[in-house]
Design a protein around this ligand. Structure first.
Ligand code: PBG
Length: 337
């Protein structure tokens, strides 16, 4: 990571010192470049459902789809071919209920997709999102109490079942995104007890209650039927709290930390990286993607350049890896250069 604050003061001043000398040509700029992008840093989210031959475009996220398992495998093969770091699976179940029980079904869409992808692309890292919101009929990330609150401790048990079923299917990394307190420790214990002590946890450690998730909720069919997620996801006003969340998750056994969203939270990314030095992921979420796509479609910005600049900024801030719907497009740009 580049450390902007430690840049030494220049020895001397203009006209002897001319920063423009090192910007004089492409070769010169490449030589002194501080941050580089590589396809292996990108993680591609995929939305998977039952059935076959399904590839339904997601309206607010041009170029992304809900797919059946067979089509999802094709996307995974593309990701592997492009040298991308991994894929992140989200499930769209056929049925939803109050406890989200389809989330830990051995033949849920995610479990089936993990097996199908690993059979064809054994070297591709398959990460699974663990949360209840795609599987509950009310759309919240956990079990509800009679008064409609999300019941933290009762939810942990369900998340553990879901995580273990993903690991049993062959997931390489488990990524809990629910923001219940204590879930990293609970999932770690459950994975260990089930014989998956070697499966890492990528924790959505600092996940904010963000309006930037709007398009995703269409993609994942996970909009809460009432209320919002502010009683479990973080207040966008809070920075110090992110460090507290991160320390708690590390103490509970998180292997990789995540900050989400990314673009509007670069200060959090930088602070978490400096504070912990632990592998750090940032999630460039659906709204960030949709805004760039929409402006580019209208010709208001150069979509490709803004895509690459947005990813570069996230990595410059301190992210080691980026979950992004641009993963394939950005990898293609890097390949061309
Ligand atoms: C599930 C989850 C969400 C996202 C990732 N996992 C939605 C939410 O919390 O409401 C958002 C991803 C995106 O917007 O791209 N809890």
């Amino acid at each position: 990571m580049s450390d902007v604050s430690n840049t030494p003061a220049p020895l001397g001043a203009f006209p002897r010192v001319r920063p423009r000398r090192l910007r004089s040509s492409d070769a010169m700029r490449r030589l002194v470049r501080e941050t580089r992008l590589d396809a292996s840093q990108f993680i591609l989210p995929l939305f998977v459902r039952h059935g076959s031959g399904i590839r339904t475009p997601i309206g607010s996220m041009p170029g992304t789809f809900q797919t059946s398992v067979d089509e999802c495998v094709l996307d995974a093969e593309r990701a592997l071919e492009a040298g991308i770091g991994g894929v992140l699976l989200f499930g769209l179940p056929d049925t939803k209920d109050a406890s989200g029980s389809s989330g830990w079904h051995d033949h849920g869409p995610v479990q089936d997709a993990v097996r199908a992808i690993k059979a064809v692309c054994p070297t591709l890292l398959v990460i699974t999102d663990v949360c209840m919101c795609e599987y509950t009929d009310h759309g919240h990330c956990g079990l509800l109490t009679p008064s409609g609150d999300v019941d933290n401790d009762a939810t942990l048990e369900l998340l553990c079942r879901e995580a273990v079923s993903h690991a049993a299917a062959g997931a390489d990394i488990i990524a809990p995104s629910d923001m219940m307190d204590g879930r990293v420790g609970a999932i770690r214990d459950a994975l260990d007890a089930a014989g998956y002590s070697g499966v890492p946890i990528m924790s959505y450690a600092a996940k904010y209650a963000s309006a930037f998730y709007g398009p995703f909720r269409e993609a994942a069919e996970s909009t809460p039927s009432f209320g919002d997620r502010r009683s479990y996801q973080m207040d966008p006003a809070n920075g110090s709290e992110a460090l507290r969340e991160v320390r708690l998750d590390l103490a509970e056994g998180a292997d990789i930390l995540m900050v989400k969203p990314a673009g509007a939270y670069l200060d959090i990314i930088q602070a978490v990286k400096r504070e912990t030095g632990v592998p750090l992921c940032a999630y460039q979420v659906s709204g960030e993607f949709a805004m760039i796509k929409a402006a580019a479609e209208r010709g208001w910005i150069d979509g490709e350049r803004v895509m690459m600049e947005s990813l570069l900024a996230i990595v410059r801030a301190g992210a080691d890896m980026v979950i992004t719907y641009f993963a394939l497009d950005a990898a293609a740009v890097l390949q061309r250069r």
